[in-house]
Ligand binder design. Structure first.
Ligand code: PBG
Ligand code: ZN
Length: 329
């Protein structure tokens, strides 16, 4: 049996900075980061998002410019979020989310031709396109109609695949959405399109800044009827189990920092990649605290990102991606 103190002194392994480097876990590579970006119509638009310092709403030409430096540091992937700014094109079902001329559908080929090796993932949801801001059409009783939402989500996913997306990531938390989307993709000849489920996605306060960026807050009510409950661990775990069975290529836990336990548990029980979405509120909270002088911005970002990888995340979707250099070097 090994001895304890005073024969064993754990501080030996961290006495100098070289020793600390030697015994550290590997630094997360920039290729493990996916940068979520917000697209808007038009040209020459790069509008600061007030609630998310350092993030912008981009028209596609401006995103192409901004990606130059991001790709140069070794980040290889984006997750695209679209929206319509024409309030009158929004309807009950969010039909305009499938528009082949929508911002996302038009941006994909432009990004692919500017950066052929860039991995382009798209968020698949309806909340930025429905008149009521929910993630699917509502039933007579006002709740979201699960199966009608799945049909719409499948159509949106196919429209992104047609535009050339490498992968689609449905975030609506409808039962059966993975099976519905996989079937539609395969039927349309997109058997190579990656399907990434936002499999365990909680109803969370941490999406506030995002909804401001996307203009996608529900007009009435909230999303607790479809997003997972943080008070029900087992059902939250079953969400990921179901999506694995339905054929998802990767699982996801979202948000990340309040849910490190789920990242750990899920990554121990699956052989699929387990992505973590380090969401808008997690990003903006650190900015707000740093602005107040409570912590150092990049050192705190680094600590939080190590936590996510240490918990077992295999890739991280994070607004910190463009700041990789400032954070890790
Ligand atoms: C849309 C969607 C949301 C996020 C990703 N996709 C918001 C929501 O579900 O209300 C949140 C991302 C973030 O906060 O960074 N379904
Ligand atoms: Zn949604």
């Amino acid at each position: 049996m090994s001895k304890g103190y005073p024969e064993v002194r754990l501080r030996r392994l961290r006495r100098t900075s070289s020793l600390r480097d030697m015994f550290a876990m590997p630094t997360p590579e920039p290729s493990k980061f996916i940068w979520p970006v917000f697209l808007v119509e038009g040209e020459g638009r790069k509008e600061a998002i007030e609630s998310m310092p350092g993030q912008y709403r981009f028209s596609v030409d401006e995103l192409v410019k901004a990606l130059k430096d991001v790709v140069a540091i070794g980040v290889k992937s984006v997750l695209l979020f679209g929206q319509t700014e024409k309030e009158d094109s929004k309807d009950e079902c969010g039909h305009c989310a499938c528009d082949p001329n929508g911002v996302v559908q038009r941006a994909i080929p432009v990004l692919k031709s500017a950066y052929p090796s860039l991995i382009v993932f798209t968020d698949v949801c309806l909340c930025a396109y429905t008149s009521h801001g929910h993630c699917g059409p509502r039933d007579v009783d006002g709740s979201v109609d699960n199966d009608a939402a799945c049909d719409m989500l499948a159509r949106v996913a196919v429209s992104h695949a047609k535009a050339g997306a490498d992968g689609v990531a449905p975030s609506a938390m409808m039962d059966g959405q993975i099976a519905a989307i996989r079937a539609a993709l395969d039927e349309e000849g997109f058997s190579n399109t990656i399907l990434i489920s936002y499999s365990t996605k909680f109803a969370s306060q941490m999406y506030g800044p995002f909804r401001d960026a996307e203009n996608s807050a529900p007009g009435e009510g909230d999303r607790q009827g479809y997003q997972a409950s943080y008070r029900d661990l087992n059902t939250a775990l079953r969400e990921s189990e179901f999506d694995e069975q339905e054929g998802s290529d990767a699982l996801m836990v979202k948000p990340a920092l309040f849910y490190l336990d789920l990242i750990r548990t899920i990554s121990k029980s699956t052989l699929l990649p387990v992505m973590a979405y380090n969401v808008s509120g997690e990003y903006s909270m650190i900015h707000a605290a740093a602005e107040k002088g409570y912590c150092d911005l990049y050192a705190t970002a680094r600590e939080s990102l190590y936590a996510i990888f240490r918990a077992g995340a295999t890739q991280v979707i994070s607004y910190w991606a463009p700041f990789y250099k400032e954070i890790f070097s």
